[in-house]
Design a protein around this ligand. Structure first.
Ligand code: 7RM
Length: 654
C-alpha cells in the first residue's frame, strides 16, 4: 500500500479521556463559535490579554494581500514575556530549564531572565544597536539565544536567527540580505560530543558581510577564552559576551513598539535558490503564538513544557521562546542530540525535569521507534500528559507508537500543521475536545480559516486539493524582507482574481468529518527530517562545483527523514564519474548550505530528461529515484536518456 492509501484507510479515532477532558482548558466548541461569529472580535479579545502600553484602536485593516493588525496599539514583547510575570507570584518560577549536551545544566527564573535580558539589551545599545536595526544570532541551543532574542525585542531591534547548522555562506547571505549590524555567536556548541565551530564559521561569513560591525561571542567551551582554534578574537570587532555583561546595567526601559513594527526576520526555503526573509511583526505575532500555545498545549501553571526544536527554526521561535514565555510557562531547552551519549537521552531529560507536555517532530519519533522501546522503558514518563508533533506528516504507525510507548496510552497527541509564514499553529486538534485520527492534523483552530480548493478556486468538500487559508490571521507574515513582490507572487497569486486567498504550498485531503490530512508540498520545496530545503538551492550549490554542468534535485521517500535528497548530475567535459566524485559533491553541498542539505544520492548521467521545450522532467526523475514504473515519457525530447538513467540507478541500488 502507498502512504496515501494507508492514510485513506486510517479510520481509528481517539477521543480525549474523561480524565483529560475534565481538566482541559477547552472542552466544548464555545471558542470556535465565538471566532466564527466575529473573528476580528475573537482576536481582539486575545490581543487584550497581552499588556499594551497604548491600546489599539482598530483590530484589522485588510487590503489583500496586506494585513495590518491592532493598529494604533503599542507594546513590547519582552515586557509581555518577562516583566508581567516578575511583578506577580511567578517572579521566582523557572522560565528556562536548560541542559547542555555534556550534562551541564542551568535554571533561569523569570527574575533571572528579567535581569539578563535588560543587561544584554544595554550591551546591544552600547554597540550602537538602535530601534529597527538588524541583529544576527548564530548560536547553539543555549539560554543566551533566548536572552539575545528578547533583548532585541526590548530595544526594538529586529533579530534574524540563523540555525547553527548552516554554513558560513548561508550565514553570510542572510547577514547581507538583512544588512545586520551585529552578530551574536559562540566559541562552540555541542552536537554528538563534537564541538561545532560557530565562531570560525562566523569569521568566514564576515569576510564578505560589510554591514556587521560587531561580534559578540558567548563562551560556551570551558576555558574557551584564548582557545584560538575555536575563537580568534578580532580587536575592535569581537567582544566576549561575559565581559560586556559584567559592566552592563540591569535596567533597560522597554521600547514602546507599534503593533506592526517588525519583531524578527527568519529565512526559509522557497522555490528559487534564494531563501526568503519571512517578516513577523510585534502585536499580531505575539497574540497568535500566545493564544495557540495556551489552547493547543492546554497549558497550566505547573506544566513543564518541552519543545525540542532549535531556535534556528520557527518552531523554536514560537513554541520554545515567545509562546511559552508569554504564558508564564516553565520550558525545557536541550542543546544536543537525542542519541548522545545514549539513545535514552530525551527520556532521561523528561524524567529528570518532570516534563508534562512534549512537542517534537515525526522524524525524531521514527528514529526512537527504530531504536526500540527499551530506551524509554528505562525512565519514569508518568508526568507526561500531552504530546505534540510538528514539521511533516506523521505516518499512522509512528503516531500509534508515540501514543503507546511514550504517551502510555493516556496522552492525547496534537498533530500541528503550520509554517514559518503562519507564525503560529493553524490546523491542530484541541486536546480536550477533538477526537484525533492518526495522521490527520484535524481542523483549523478557532480564529483560523482553511479550505481545500482545486486550481480554479472551487471548494472541495471531500477529497484531495490545494490547501488555502481564506482569511488573514494576526501572526501571518507581513512581507518578505526587501521583496514585497515576491510576497505577493508566492502566496497570493495561486488563484486568479482571488488575492485574498493565501496559498501555503501544501496539498491536502479532507475526509467526511471535515478533517484535513496534509499530504506535503506541491512545489519544489523538500521536507527533509522536518526541515525545508529548496531543490533550487541544492541545484545552485551543485553547479558551482567545477565538475558539474547541470543538476536536477528531487525528493525521495525516506524511512526516517520523510524525504531525502537525490541529485541527478551531468558532468563537464574532462570530468569522469567516480565514487570519490560522488562523495565530494555530497560534501560540497553540505559545505555550501549546511549538513541538512547533503544529498543522500548523487547520480551521474550523460544527459537529463527534458521536454522538447527544455524543461527538466522532475516527475520522471522522482519516479527513477523512487524505483517506480516510469510515468508518461512521450513528451520527452530524447526518451533513451531516461532508460539509461534508470538502468544505472537500479545497478547502483543493488
Ligand atoms: C512548523 C514548520 C512548513 C511545512 C508545511 C508542511 C510541513 C508542517 C506539518 C506539516 C504535515 C504537519 N514550519 N508541515 N507541519 N505537514 N503535517 N503537522 O515546520 O516552514 O519549516 O515548514 O512543513 O509542508 O508547508 S516550516
Amino acid at each position: 500500500m502507498s502512504d496515501l492509501d494507508t492514510l485513506l484507510t486510517e479510520n481509528r479515532s481517539f477521543p480525549p479521556s474523561e480524565h483529560f477532558r475534565h481538566q482541559a482548558l477547552v472542552r466544548d466548541d464555545a471558542l470556535h463559535r465565538e471566532a466564527e461569529r466575529d473573528y476580528e472580535a475573537f482576536w481582539a479579545r486575545h490581543a487584550r490579554e497581552l499588556e499594551w502600553m497604548v491600546p489599539f484602536t482598530d483590530t484589522l485593516d485588510w487590503t489583500p494581500p496586506h494585513a495590518r493588525w491592532f493598529h494604533g496599539g503599542r507594546l513590547n514583547v519582552s515586557v509581555n514575556c518577562i516583566d508581567r510575570w516578575v511583578r506577580g507570584p511567578h517572579r521566582n518560577k523557572a522560565a528556562i530549564v536548560w541542559e547542555g549536551e555534556p550534562g551541564d545544566s542551568r535554571v533561569l527564573t523569570y527574575w533571572d531572565l528579567y535581569r539578563e535580558v535588560q543587561k544584554f539589551a544595554n550591551v546591544l545599545k552600547s554597540l550602537g544597536v538602535r530601534r529597527g536595526d538588524r541583529v544576527g544570532i548564530y548560536l547553539p541551543l543555549i539560554p543566551e539565544a533566548a536572552i539575545a532574542m528578547l533583548a532585541c525585542a526590548r530595544i526594538g531591534a529586529i533579530h534574524s536567527v540563523v540555525f547553527g547548522g548552516f554554513s558560513p555562506e548561508s550565514l553570510r547571505d542572510r547577514m547581507n540580505d538583512a544588512e545586520a549590524k551585529v552578530l551574536i555567536t559562540a566559541d562552540g556548541g555541542y552536537r554528538r560530543g563534537q564541538v561545532t565551530a560557530l565562531k570560525r564559521n562566523a569569521d568566514k561569513a564576515l569576510e564578505d558581510a560589510p554591514t556587521v560591525k560587531h561580534v559578540v561571542v558567548v563562551q560556551r567551551r570551558p576555558g574557551g577564552m584564548g582557545d584560538e582554534s575555536f575563537a580568534q578574537m578580532r580587536e575592535g570587532r569581537d567582544h566576549w559576551w561575559h565581559r560586556l555583561m559584567q559592566s552592563a546595567k540591569a535596567e533597560c526601559p522597554p521600547e514602546a513598539m507599534d503593533a506592526e513594527d517588525v519583531l524578527f526576520i527568519l529565512y526559509t526555503s522557497g522555490t528559487t535558490g534564494k531563501p526568503k526573509g519571512i517578516v513577523h511583526t510585534t502585536g499580531g505575532y505575539l497574540t497568535g503564538v500566545a493564544a495557540t500555545t495556551k489552547y493547543v498545549f492546554d497549558l497550566k501553571d505547573d506544566d513543564v513544557f518541552w519543545c525540542t526544536a532549535d531556535v534556528g527554526w520557527i518552531t523554536g521561535h514560537s513554541y520554545l521562546v515567545y509562546g511559552p514565555l508569554a504564558n508564564g510557562t516553565t520550558c525545557v531547552m536541550y542543546e544536543g542530540a537525542p542519541d548522545w551519549p545514549e539513545r535514552n537521552r530525551f527520556w532521561e531529560i523528561c524524567e529528570k525535569y518532570g516534563v508534562s507536555v512534549f512537542y517534537t517532530a515525526p522524524t525524531a519519533i521514527r528514529a526512537f521507534m527504530k531504536w526500540g522501546e527499551q530506551h524509554p522503558a528505562r525512565h519514569d514518563l508518568s508526568r507526561l500528559r500531552l504530546l505534540g508533533t510538528v514539521g511533516e506528516p506523521i505516518n499512522p504507525e509512528a503516531w500509534i507508537w508515540y501514543h503507546k510507548v511514550i504517551g502510555g496510552l493516556r496522552c492525547p497527541i496534537v498533530d500541528t500543521w503550520w509554517q514559518t509564514e503562519t507564525g503560529a499553529i493553524v490546523i491542530s486538534p484541541l486536546p480536550g475536545l477533538t477526537s484525533t485520527k492518526p495522521g490527520s492534523a484535524t481542523q483549523p483552530l478557532p480564529g483560523f480559516f482553511a479550505t481545500l480548493l482545486d486550481s480554479k478556486a472551487n471548494e472541495i468538500g471531500v477529497g484531495g486539493g490545494l490547501l488555502a487559508l481564506t482569511r488573514p490571521w494576526p501572526s501571518m507574515l507581513r512581507t518578505i524582507w526587501g521583496d514585497d513582490d515576491r510576497y505577493v507572487q508566492t502566496y497570493f497569486t495561486k488563484w486568479a482574481d482571488r488575492p485574498d486567498l493565501y496559498f501555503p504550498g501544501d496539498g491536502a485531503k479532507r475526509d467526511d468529518d471535515g478533517f484535513f490530512w496534509i499530504m506535503g508540498r506541491v512545489d519544489d520545496v523538500l521536507n527533509v527530517a522536518g526541515h525545508r530545503i529548496g531543490t533550487m538551492e541544492v541545484e545552485s550549490a551543485l553547479v558551482e562545483h567545477p565538475a558539474v554542468a547541470e543538476a536536477a534535485v528531487v525528493g525521495k521517500s525516506h524511512e526516517l527523514k520523510g524525504q531525502s535528497i537525490a541529485a541527478f548530475v551531468t558532468l563537464r567535459d574532462g570530468y569522469h564519474q567516480s565514487p570519490a566524485l560522488r562523495d565530494e559533491l555530497r560534501e560540497f553541498v553540505a559545505e555550501k548550505i549546511g549538513a541538512i542539505a547533503r544529498p543522500d544520492d548523487v547520480l551521474f548521467s550523460a544527459d537529463l530528461p527534458k521536454t522538447r521545450s527544455g524543461k527538466i522532467m522532475r516527475r520522471l526523475l522522482r519516479d527513477i529515484a523512487e524505483g517506480r514504473t516510469l510515468g508518461d515519457t512521450t513528451t520527452l525530447a530524447d526518451p533513451s536518456v531516461v532508460a539509461s538513467l534508470k538502468d544505472q540507478y537500479e545497478a547502483e541500488e543493488s
